[in-house]
Design a protein around this ligand. Structure first.
Ligand SMILES: [Fe+2]
Length: 306
């Protein structure tokens, strides 16, 4: 008697499909939906189910509105195709499945084309609380709802513009040592801005309520409450000169967060980031985390100048 074979799964720690794509050097892939195992869907259901009450209390207003209309199936890993059908008519953004880490310039360049590199694996059901790398829960439940806001989506596109300005700027520096140190500094500034806004941003909504809009917060059961409630967290109004010089670590709850007033405010700040870059004000930011990998640096230097 034939019995149905359980799919092997697309688990962050074990996904032969992803390993094979990486082995072939394929960064941009498809989402082979039939490979998700029942355990993968169960993990999604547990992650999603327990967040609902937390989102209700702590998430940004736009996030909650979209969550209602997006109507993700709480019991199944989402299909990117369905998510894109919902998202792209609103802001043009699409989730683009990837097999792993996208080097910095290519990542920002995707944003410029309104494509968001999206992980398709889901964390192991045994370790649902903490995961250093992104998974589909982080990328879809954490990021996607914000991409339907016009000003937020435009902010992401401006990041892509910034990456092009950075690449053009450093490629015109003749001295190799100076070129690399300048690029490292500019990239650090961009990564820090991204981290303290898109990933870990807070917003003071009209009327005074403090909410989370950063995807790292919105996809973390523990940190979402902690970032709003805990007296141990320092929360300061967003200040560009501070953010670009502030190092961060990724393996614990954030002790320091920055608050914006609105997504229009965020959009203005990314415009200032670009201007500061053009003016050379990001050329020598404070050293420290995040470290820039060779692949990140190379991705900027390989880009053909405009
Ligand atoms: Fe993220």
């Amino acid at each position: 008697m034939a019995t149905a074979v359980e799919p092997v799964g697309l688990t962050t720690t074990k996904a032969p499909f992803i390993e094979a794509a990486q082995h072939r050097g394929e960064l941009y892939i498809t989402q082979p939906y039939e490979l998700y195992s029942q355990e993968n869907h169960d993990t999604w259901a547990r992650l999603y189910g327990r967040m609902l009450e937390r989102w209700e209390r702590y998430a940004n207003r736009h996030y909650l509105e979209v969550l209602q209309t997006l109507q993700l199936d709480p019991t199944r890993v989402p299909r990117l195709e369905d998510v894109n059908k919902f998202m792209s008519p609103l802001t043009g953004f699409r989730a683009k499945p990837v097999s792993g880490y996208v080097p910095a310039f290519r990542f920002f360049d995707c944003l410029r084309n309104r494509e968001f590199p999206t992980t398709i694996t889901i964390r192991d059901g045994q370790t649902i609380d903490y995961l250093p790398e992104p998974d589909i829960f982080h990328d879809i439940a954490g990021h996607v709802p914000m991409h339907t806001d016009r000003a937020f989506a435009d902010t992401l596109v401006r990041f892509g513009d910034c990456a092009h300005v950075a690449a053009d700027r450093v490629q015109s520096i003749a001295d190799e040592h100076e070129r690399l140190t300048t690029l490292t500094s500019i990239q650090k500034a961009m990564a820090r801005f991204f981290w303290f806004t898109i990933e870990f941003g807070l917003m003071q909504q009209p009327g005074g309520k403090l909410t989370a809009y950063g995807s790292g917060l919105l996809s973390s059961y523990g940190e979402l409450a902690h970032c709003i409630e805990s007296p141990a967290v320092q929360r300061f109004p967003f200040q560009l000169e501070w953010v670009i010089n502030q190092y961060f670590e990724i393996d614990h709850y954030q002790p320091l967060l920055f608050v914006v007033e609105s997504f229009d405010h965020l959009f203005e700040e990314v415009g200032r980031l670009e201007q500061w870059m053009k003016d050379g004000r990001l050329d020598n930011v404070s050293p420290g985390e995040p470290e820039m990998s060779e692949a990140d640096l190379k991705s900027f230097l390989e880009h053909a100048p405009a």
